[in-house]
Design a protein around this ligand. Structure first.
Ligand code: A3P
Length: 320
């Protein structure tokens, strides 16, 4: 936590040492911070984000539970918002991965630099984060900045996360866990930014209370009726498609451009690396399907998770 120690080191270090810690994957510990399991590699960025971030009314925050379609949402929102600046064929997304164009504000910008230069971002600024609602910086809640939240059926989310860590770590490391082991942890709420049910419920309830501020989306819905949600996102962000645009098929074009098929076929996402020397961009794309959990989970695992979700989400009106 080198960066953290530079800034009010004693106080922050004391906080960190007092937090419960579990080993999740190799070189990837989770700390129990403010009621959620925070990857230790991001904690100093998260604390700096909470302390210093000043939201603008025009900001757009894309908030997701990990492995729920963040990459897709970033591509969609970036394209919708910037559609009059350039045609799709000259979109920066053709040569730059969505996570580079729409960075994670805490896990990327504030991790790299305790006071990042956010002035240079074009308006509206679009940032990503996985932070739970209860831990968001106050200025996000006190300004008119908008939040788009995306989550996913926990069964597919779990399978996606499991594959993601295997791909990131490779098969040679000793920290590889079996599906059963990770499943056990997830059922206890132990996963990046978990518990899952607290994360989704936080945003679900807030979206019911502040529907103009928070748009709550599910991956499965985006898959099923993408055109409807492309329009809904544009309406929510106060940049609705005009009649002419609709007639010209702009909604369809954006949807197709951001589709799994198109994004995975772009050279940058096939062979590029994040920021040039980071992880391979292709780790953010796997199958892009609904229901892949059926190929992995036993009936008893399914029963366990269904029971757990009923217990945690029952009565909230939120179902998966
Ligand atoms: P699978 O592992 O089930 O294939 P995140 O972007 O939050 O890390 O989520 C990754 C998941 O979203 C992966 O799911 C990935 O394949 C899927 N995904 C990435 N881009 C997508 C797109 N354009 N359309 C649909 N799904 C996409």
């Amino acid at each position: 936590f080198g960066g953290l120690m530079v800034e009010s080191s004693d106080q922050n270090q004391e906080i960190l040492l007092s937090l419960a810690r579990v080993k999740y994957w190799d070189h990837y510990d989770l700390l129990q911070y403010q009621g959620f399991w925070c990857p230790s590699v991001f904690i100093h960025g998260i604390i700096a984000f909470q302390k210093h971030f000043q939201a603008l009314d025009s900001d757009i925050m894309l908030i997701t539970f990990p492995k729920s379609g963040t990459t897709w949402l970033k591509a969609l929102v970036y394209t919708i918002v910037n559609r009059t600046r350039h045609g799709l064929e000259s979109s920066p997304l053709v040569t730059i991965n969505p996570h580079e164009l729409v960075p994670f504000i805490d896990a990327h910008l504030y991790v790299q630099n305790q006071s990042p230069d956010l002035e240079g971002f074009p308006t509206p600024r679009i940032f990503g984060t996985h932070m739970p609602y209860a831990s968001l910086p106050h200025s996000i809640l006190n300004t008119n900045c908008r939040i788009i939240y995306l989550c996913r059926n926990p069964l597919d989310q779990f399978i996606s996360e499991w594959h993601f860590f295997h791909r990131v770590q490779g098969t040679q490391t000793k920290g590889i866990h079996s599906l059963d082991e990770v499943f056990e942890m997830i059922c206890q709420g132990i996963q990046s930014f978990g518990p899952f049910w607290e994360h989704v419920l936080g945003y679900w309830e807030a979206s019911l209370e502040y529907p103009n501020k928070i748009l709550f989306l599910k991956y499965e819905d985006l898959k099923e009726d993408n055109l409807f949600y492309v329009k809904k996102i544009a309406d929510f962000l106060r940049c609705p498609f005009s009649k002419e645009e609709e007639i010209q098929g702009v909604v369809e074009e954006i949807s197709k451009f951001c589709s799994f098929e198109n994004m995975t076929n772009l050279e940058v996402n096939k062979s590029g690396r994040l920021m040039g020397n980071g992880p391979e961009n292709n780790i953010y794309f796997r199958k892009g399907e609904v229901g892949d959990w059926k190929n992995y989970l036993t009936p008893s695992m399914l029963g366990c998770l269904e029971k757990l979700m009923e217990e945690k989400l029952g009565g909230s009106g939120l179902t998966f």
